[in-house]
Unconditional design. Structure first.
Length: 186
């Protein structure tokens, strides 16, 4: 069911020339250990000022918006939550607001699903996203991804996290080092 829906979304976004990458649980399934996920998270190469393009895509996909005023909600949260009424699967479309996100979309990996290529966040960008989100489930996902894929660009991840540390006054790069040390990777 998810594969069909991912293909449908990828085809519609390509037709509308909307850059994107799959993040979240669906991307973890590509790089990490299988886990239950009930939704699809997609980062778009659109800013909040282009939400009307996203709403056109939702209409073309025959998705329902899960909030009454999508434009106002998007301006407040940078997310447009949708629902595929056929499958009941929730899809969160995340609008990009940083140069990092737009660059990450450019680095996305094309994966053939059925007859369509779907763009997934690179392993490194997925780890960065998960580190920034920082929930316990994200930390478990990072460990799973790193254990399954011991060859990754750790220097790239650390450099991105250092930039987030400066912007967010956080210690993400050090936390990532601790995860690697705990897994005995480097």
């Amino acid at each position: 069911m998810f594969e069909r829906l991912l293909g449908k979304i990828a085809a519609a976004l390509a037709k509308l020339k909307i850059p994107y990458m799959i993040i979240g649980g669906q991307a973890v399934l590509l790089y990490g250990e299988p886990r239950a996920t009930q939704d699809i998270d997609i980062t778009l190469g659109l800013g909040v000022e282009e939400v009307s393009r996203l709403l056109a895509a939702l209409k073309a996909l025959k998705f329902r918006c899960r909030v009454p005023d999508a434009e106002a909600f998007a301006k407040e949260t940078m997310v447009v939550p949708a629902l595929d009424p056929v499958s009941g699967i929730r899809i969160d479309f995340v609008l990009s607001f940083s140069e990092y996100e737009r660059s990450a979309i450019g680095r996305a990996r094309r994966v053939k699903i059925g007859r369509v290529f779907v763009r997934f966040a690179s392993l490194e960008d997925l780890v960065v996203h998960k580190m920034v989100a920082g929930r316990p489930r994200d930390m478990e996902d990072i460990e799973s991804i790193l254990l399954k894929n011991p060859r990754y660009d750790a220097a790239f991840i650390r450099e991105c996290l250092k930039e987030f540390d400066l912007a967010l006054d956080s210690d993400l790069a050090e936390r990532f080092k601790s995860i690697e040390k705990g897994l005995r990777i480097s």
